[in-house]
Design a protein around this ligand. Structure first.
Ligand code: UDP
Length: 471
């Protein structure tokens, strides 16, 4: 019996972002399995948000983790509530929560041996430094985005222009395919914006941290991984902290919930025949775009499962009034081979279902990892955040997706939807994409197996923390 007190790792996630919280929970569970004590701290919101409720729900099903919700935060006066954009707001909230985080860490018993912070909570690096707690980043996006973020400091020194002024000009970043400047996240397009300042600040902090833990595996993004490790992405002379690729961590089956109707529907479909369309936790389209998608799916003649949300401003219509969203008679005509689900589907389970043969995705990184772990080829239709960049990496570098053209023109036409969906399911090109998806899945699973690269990186981290403070 080992009576040594367990070492405590505190993982700090931003409020209101399930795509950041869920991987943090998975990381916490893995660390607990390695004999560490883990507390997951959720950032304070400025509007009595649902963060506490969300945490309570997770706490109920994962008793091995402890949770703590920081008190409601007040946005600093230099961060405009609306005009600053949601990213500036998140960075600002995290900064405002630093004092509460410090109080929490001071009162933690045993004292924390490591602090693991999300990208949007980057300012908490100061809290770790003040309390002498080694602080690591846990990055829930792809490593190619991390490479870009590090390198942005170099780009910032090379030009005085805003990315917005560069239009489609290609940016060269070590280890990455050329990125059109207009494919960068909207919140960093203006050089002088508050969100760009926050972003550059976090980019700097990445270099000052004890390590970068990334939810990916090297086999998915070898060039970007190697570029970071060899120091090519940081400013000349700057240190790059150790890199730990520990993924893909994806959320497990939802427990305690009844099987969703769409899973039963998939049971009745042939193997790898259904194209699944789902656009993250926030994706929405205009009424006309929904009609174009429907017309395209109908003409494609393929099976589909489509998660649909009402267009912005139309959310208050009765939930069961589906017909009005689509071209007249669409649901009736496609009912033998298509299913429309309103708002939300159990995506991970859907992707893992053998009947699913393709995924039209907004390129959110969790969605991508779920598709990779299921060996499902993708059609890329990026919408917001860093998704256009992810699309470039997925299509040009990982070669696990083909783009749906028009995503950057304001409207994807029905005939493009039809052509790409048909191509994916029926063509030799689609078959090759599927084979590449399977190969990526095998490598990702190997990385997580005993002796695999991701598993080894995780064990190394856990060991470092278990030995923290011992001489
Ligand atoms: N998701 C889901 N059902 C849906 C839409 C999304 O389960 O109908 C889950 C999806 O499986 C993923 C997360 O929500 O785990 C979305 O994260 P991602 O990083 O892909 O996109 P974000 O929502 O952050 O833009």
């Amino acid at each position: 019996q080992n009576n040594t007190p367990k070492k405590l790792v505190v993982i700090y996630a931003p409020p209101g972002m399930p795509g950041h919280l869920f991987p943090a929970v998975e990381l916490g569970k893995l660390l607990v399995a390695q004999g560490l004590k883990v507390t997951l701290v959720l950032g304070g919101e400025d509007n009595h948000g649902a963060g506490g409720l969300l945490l309570a729900g997770i706490e109920a099903v994962i008793p091995s983790l402890s949770f703590h919700c920081l008190p409601r935060a007040t946005l600093p006066s230099d961060v405009p509530t609306a005009a600053g954009g949601s990213e500036a707001r998140l960075f600002g909230l995290a900064r405002a929560s630093n004092l509460d985080l410090r109080d929490f860490l001071r009162s933690a018993s045993p004292a924390a041996d490591a602090l693991v912070i999300d990208f949007f909570c980057g300012s908490a690096l100061d809290v770790g430094a003040e309390l002498g707690i080694p602080t690591y980043f846990f990055l829930t996006t792809c490593i190619s985005c991390v490479a870009f973020c590090l390198y942005q400091q170099v780009i910032h020194e090379q030009t005085t222009l805003s990315f917005r002024d560069l239009g489609g000009e290609l940016l060269e970043v070590p280890g990455l395919p050329p990125i059109p400047a207009d494919h960068l996240p909207a919140f960093i397009l203006d050089r002088d914006s508050l969100s760009t300042k926050f972003f550059l600040d976090v980019s700097e902090r990445l270099c000052n941290s004890h390590g970068l833990i990334v939810n990916t595996c090297r086999s998915l993004e070898p060039r970007a991984t190697d570029a970071i490790v060899s120091g090519l992405c940081a400013l000349p002379g700057r240190r790059t902290p150790p890199l730990y690729c520990i993924g893909p961590l994806i959320k497990p089956d939802e427990v305690g919930t009844e099987s969703h109707e769409c899973l039963a529907w998939l049971d009745g479909q042939p193997k790898a025949s259904v194209v699944f369309l789902s656009f993250g936790s926030l994706g929405r389209f205009s009424a006309e775009q929904i009609r174009q998608m429907a017309a395209g799916l109908e003409t494609s003649g393929q099976r589909f499962l489509w998660v649909v949300r009402r267009p912005p401003g139309d959310e208050h219509q009765p939930a069961d009034d589906l017909d009005s969203l689509f071209p007249k008679g669409f649901l009736r005509r496609t009912k033998e081979r298509g299913l429309v689900v309103m708002s939300w589907a159990p995506q991970r389970e859907v992707l893992a279902h053998g009947a699913v043969g393709g995924f039209v995705t907004h390129c959110g990184w969790n969605s991508v990892l779920e598709a990779v772990m299921a060996g499902v080829p993708m059609l890329a239709w990026p919408l917001y955040a860093e998704q256009r960049m992810n699309k470039v990496f997925l299509v040009e570098e990982m070669q696990l997706a083909v783009a749906i053209e028009g995503y950057d023109k304001g409207m994807v036409e029905a005939r493009e939807v039809a052509a790409k969906v048909r191509w994916l399911v029926e063509s030799d090109g689609g078959k090759e994409l599927r084979q590449r998806a399977h190969a990526a899945m095998r490598l990702a699973k190997e990385a997580l197996d005993d002796g695999g690269e991701s598993r080894t990186a995780l064990l190394q981290l856990a060991r470092e923390w278990q030995n923290a403070g011992d001489s």
